[in-house]
Design a protein around this ligand. Structure first.
Ligand code: PEP
Ligand code: MG
Length: 573
């Protein structure tokens, strides 16, 4: 049996046929018609007809897919189908086939490529709603080029039967159109365990493995078995693994519900909150029993925007989340643009090292006013709703930044300011820094990448990028200790975790043992985390935390703790 191994990012044991994600469309070469020995039947007319036929085929395919899709995926497909039906793209491409075109005649593939770029540029220049269509036009262009080349269309493949999606990596936009009824698991050859693609896969509740070299070469239709907790993939699995997948499906069905109030074995309360990106996510999280929102990633509301959303648009977006949690806590994070979440109105695409660049709270230095307008919108949305709104800034590094953020919050009328602790300097100086604000939330995804100096998106660095790293756990402990020192004689400053570490049931036990007071995660993880915490007392969690802290490596920490939590195996987690 051939096996592959990678980094498990979402548990689950499933078996099914592989469908490969088509490789990204390469830019057609710039050679011109007539520049080489051209077959006699390649004429401007014949090439123009090929472009028209390809555009029609793309339209028909997108319409057919939109008809059977639902929710966000349907909207994306409908918008793209509309763009494919727009004659402007095809007409401008046909003009470029002519020997009279500036620069000479292009091939059909090259003509549609260049025409797509021109249409995209003009939409971008128009700004507003039109600028938001740039991604659609570039997607249509890629689809037409694939059609002309006789290759499978880019994007999630379609299939009549459920399948395991294999890819080199997935863009967050691809994951948005993924239908969990069809795609039963995800495996990628690159990508990091804390990349936003992994985060979205977890949000969809799909077993997933990243950084497994070679899986993007497994033939379409090959049956594979994946164990999302162990990070292993087996090709042509035997009867034993078929039974393991069946057994997991039965176990998994026993941990699908969370009762909305998390308690440990001794009654110790650790509220479980949800990470959300939109109002629709918030509704799902509330239905899943989340006790509030521990992280509203506001940049997720506006990832497709080239320009700053208006205050009114922001009020509507945040209000939709608050409305799902009346009387409950909702922690809003101000825009965290940069690195793998660029927002053109805030970040500079030419920075040499974007993870260390002007990102998160730092964009206030280069785009003053955006943060104030956002805080104003959050305050207005709070006034329209009953949620208890807490606000925090991402990528805070110093006490001065924390103090300035608190001043801005107060000026906007927001009463509970806090900070993300995701830069090691913030953890190391937590006692000073937390005197300036009311709470902290540990962003273990970035805290891990910055502690280990390992880009969270890179597959080869996945082992370093592991929140079980004892160095990361020590910074969590320092933050909790710093908050206790800042609290001395005054109001408590709670420290939660909203990084992906909180969604790993074994690590959640360790975090609680280290003293964090809330855990926030994808709504899908709530049931599993609560099922495991329910079997552990706080004293036991503290013991496991001490063992993890003194382990010699991330894998030793994980193994030591997992070995003492038999419930994980029982539940297939
Ligand atoms: C984190 O860094 O852990 C975090 C929660 O923020 P994001 O994943 O959005 O960077
Ligand atoms: Mg972060």
């Amino acid at each position: 049996m051939q096996t592959f191994s990678g980094v498990g990012v979402a548990p689950g044991r499933v078996l099914g046929p592989v469908r490969q994600m088509p490789k990204p469309v390469q830019e057609p070469a710039a050679w011109l018609q007539g520049a080489v020995n051209m077959p006699a039947d390649v004429t401007v007319e014949s090439q123009g007809q090929r472009i028209k036929d390809a555009a029609k085929a793309v339209q028909a395919e997108l319409r057919a897919r939109a008809a059977t899709a639902s929710g966000e995926g349907k909207e994306v497909l409908e918008a793209t189908a509309l763009m494919a039906a727009d004659p402007m793209l095809v007409k401008s491409a046909i003009k470029l086939l002519s020997p009279d075109a500036p620069g000479g005649a292009r091939t059909a593939e090259r003509a549609i490529w260049e025409a797509g770029a021109t249409v995209a540029d003009s939409l971008k220049a128009l700004g507003g709603y039109m600028a938001e269509r740039v991604a659609d036009v570039l997607d249509v262009r890629a689809r037409i080029v694939s059609e002309l080349r006789g290759l499978p269309a880019p994007g999630i493949p379609t299939s009549d039967v459920p399948f395991i999606l294999a890819a080199e990596d997935l863009a967050p936009a691809d994951t948005a159109t993924l239908d969990p009824a069809k795609v039963i698991a995800l495996v990628t050859s690159s990508g990091g365990p804390q990349s936003h693609t992994a985060i979205l896969a977890r949000a969809l509740g799909l077993p997933a493995i990243v950084a497994a070299p070679g899986v993007d070469e497994i033939g379409d239709g090959t049956e594979i078995y994946i164990d999302g907790a162990a990070g292993t993939i087996t090709v042509d699995p035997g009867e034993e693994l078929r039974l393991a997948a069946k057994a997991w499906a039965t176990q998994a069905s026993t941990v699908t519900a969370f009762n909305g109030s998390n308690e440990m074995a001794d009654g110790f309360r650790i509220p479980l909150l949800a990470n959300v990106g939109t109002g629709a996510d918030a509704v799902k999280a509330a239905d899943a029993g989340a006790e509030g929102v521990g992280l509203l990633r506001t940049e997720f509301c506006f990832l497709d925007r080239d320009d700053e959303p208006t205050v009114e648009e922001q009020i509507a977006a945040y209000g939709a989340v608050f409305a799902a949690f009346p009387g409950k806590k909702v922690v809003v994070r101000t825009l965290d643009a940069g690195a793998d979440k660029p927002l053109p109105f805030l970040t500079n695409a030419d920075e040499p090292n974007p993870a260390l660049g002007v990102r998160g709270y730092r964009t206030d230095l280069t785009s003053p006013g955006v943060l104030e307008r956002q805080l104003k919108a959050i305050a207005a949305a709070e006034a329209n709703n009953q949620a208890e709104v807490w606000v925090m800034a991402p990528m805070i590094s110093t006490a001065e930044e924390a103090a300035h953020f608190a001043v801005l919050c107060s000026a906007a009328g927001l009463k509970i300011p806090g900070v993300m602790v995701e830069v090691p300097s913030a953890a190391l100086t937590a006692a000073t820094l937390l005197r300036e604000v009311s709470f902290a939330s540990l962003g273990t995804n970035d805290l891990t990448q910055y502690t280990m100096a390992a880009d969270r998106q890179l597959g080869p660095l996945a082992a370093l990028n592991d929140p079980w790293q004892p160095a990361v756990l020590r910074l969590v402990k320092l933050t909790v200790g710093g908050a206790a020192a800042a609290n001395a004689g005054g109001t408590a400053r709670p420290v939660g975790v909203c990084g992906e570490a909180a969604a790993d049931p074994a690590l959640a036990v360790v975090l609680v043992g280290l003293g964090v007071t809330t855990l926030s995660m994808s709504a899908r993880a709530l049931a599993a985390v609560s099922a495991v915490l329910a079997t552990v007392t706080i004293a036991h969690a503290q013991k496991l935390a001490a063992a993890a802290l003194s382990a010699p490596s991330a894998s030793a920490a994980r193994q030591t703790v997992r070995a003492q939590l038999p419930i994980l195996d029982e539940l297939g987690l």
